[in-house]
Design a protein around this ligand. Structure first.
Ligand code: ASP
Length: 339
C-alpha cells in the first residue's frame, strides 16, 4: 500500500466545490418512506460523480442518464488510476477497460477489455440501445465504438506508465487492500478513488419517477494478464438492477465477485427481505465461506440501493467508502467491514 494520499477526516466536497463539514460516518439507512431521487456510488470519486448524476436527477431526468453522466467523471479524470483515462495498464502496458450499464427494464449493455476509448460506459450504453447484443469485447468493441463516432485516444498517462515500468522490475502481481483509506478531502487526494492499484466506480440511482439504473466502469486490476475481464462488465456480478427489488454493484477483486455472482445475489437476498446493508454483508460472507484465508488478504465491497431509496454497503476490509447524494443527504460514508 502506498500512503501517497493523506485524507482529512470528516470532510467532503459540496456541489459548489466548497468543503462541507459533512461527516464521514459508518451508517446505512433503512425506513419505509420512498427517498427519491437518490444516487449512491463507490469510493471517494463517487462524490464528484454523484454531483454530475445529481444534475440530471434534480432536473427530473432519467436514472439511466444520471448514472452515465456520473461515471463519466472518473472515466475522464487522469488522476484516477483505476478507471478510464489514467487507469493502470495490464502487464503489457495496455489500458483495457470494462464497463456495463443497466436500466429498470432489464435493458443492459457491456463492453469488456476495450482499449483507447475514454468513455467505455457510453459505448456500453450504445451496445444496449443500438445492437441486438449485450456484450461486445476487445477489438470488436473498439471497432463498434469507432464506427459510432468515439475517438481513439491514448489512455496511458505518463504517471501510469511510470508506475507500470516500476512494477515490471518485480512483476509481483498483488491487488492492494486500501485499508488506509479512512476519509477524504479532494485537495489532498491526487488519486481519487480508493486503493492504489484497483477500483471501480459503481453507481446506482433512483430517479424522481421511481426508475432505477446502474453503471459500473473500471480499468480493472492493475498488471492483470492481457485479456483479463473482471466482474465489473458482467451483468449480475459487478452490477444488477431489478425494478421489483433494487440495484447492486461491486468493487474489489473481481474474480471473487464473479464466483458468487455478487450483485445478483444481493438482489435476490433483498427480494427475500434483507435490507441493503444486510444483503451486502451476506454477500461478503459468501466470499469468506468460499475461501477464508484468501478473504483476509483481498478487498471486495458491495453497495446496494433498494427500490425505496434505502442504501447500504459492506466490505471485507476496512477502508471502503461510498458516496450518497439525495435531496437531504450529501456525504461520504465509511462502510462497515468484516475485518
Ligand atoms: N472489480 C474490479 C475488477 O476486478 C476492480 C476493483 O473494483 O477494484 O476488475
Amino acid at each position: 500500500m502506498s500512503n501517497r494520499r493523506k485524507f482529512i477526516q470528516n470532510s467532503v466536497l459540496g456541489s459548489a466545490g466548497i468543503l462541507l463539514s459533512a461527516k464521514v460516518v459508518s451508517a446505512s439507512s433503512s425506513d419505509t418512506t420512498i427517498k427519491k431521487p437518490i444516487v449512491v456510488s463507490t469510493w471517494n470519486f463517487g462524490v464528484q460523480a454523484n454531483e454530475a448524476a445529481w444534475k440530471v436527477l434534480a432536473e427530473k431526468g432519467h436514472a439511466l442518464d444520471a448514472v452515465e453522466a456520473g461515471v463519466r467523471v472518473p472515466e475522464a479524470d487522469p488522476k484516477g488510476n483505476s478507471v478510464g483515462y489514467g487507469g493502470l495498464p495490464d502487464r503489457e502496458g495496455r489500458v483495457t477497460l470494462d464497463a456495463c450499464i443497466m436500466d429498470e427494464k432489464y435493458n443492459c449493455g457491456s463492453v469488456m477489455c476495450i482499449e483507447h476509448i475514454m468513455h467505455p460506459i457510453s459505448v456500453a450504453r450504445l451496445v444496449m440501445e443500438k445492437t441486438p447484443h449485450i456484450v461486445l469485447s476487445g477489438e470488436g468493441a473498439l471497432r463498434f465504438a469507432l464506427a459510432n463516432g468515439f475517438k481513439k485516444q491514448n489512455l496511458l498517462t505518463p504517471q501510469s506508465e511510470k508506475a507500470w515500468k516500476e512494477w515490471l522490475k518485480t512483476s509481483n502481481y498483488s491487488p492492494s487492500m486500501n485499508i488506509e483509506n479512512q476519509s477524504y478531502s479532494k485537495e489532498n487526494d491526487p488519486m481519487p478513488g480508493g486503493p492504489d492499484n484497483h477500483d471501480t466506480i459503481g453507481m446506482l440511482a433512483l430517479d424522481v419517477n421511481g426508475n432505477l439504473s446502474g453503471a459500473c466502469t473500471t480499468s480493472g486490476l492493475a498488471y492483470k494478464i492481457h485479456g483479463r475481464v473482471g466482474d465489473s462488465p458482467i451483468i449480475g456480478a459487478g452490477l444488477y438492477v431489478d425494478p421489483e427489488v433494487g440495484a447492486a454493484t461491486a468493487t474489489g477483486v473481481g474474480e471473487e465477485v464473479i464466483r458468487i455472482v455478487g450483485a445478483h445475489l444481493i438482489i435476490e437476498l433483498m427480494r427475500q427481505g434483507y435490507a441493503p446493508e444486510a444483503a451486502c454483508k451476506e454477500a461478503t460472507q459468501r466470499i469468506i465461506k468460499r475461501n477464508p484465508e484468501k478473504s483476509k488478504t483481498i478487498q471486495v465491497a458491495f453497495l446496494a440501493l433498494d427500490k425505496n431509496g434505502n442504501y447500504g454497503a459492506y466490505a471485507l476490509q476496512k477502508g471502503f467508502t461510498f458516496a450518497v447524494k439525495s435531496g437531504t443527504e450529501e456525504k461520504l460514508i465509511n462502510a462497515k467491514s468484516i475485518y
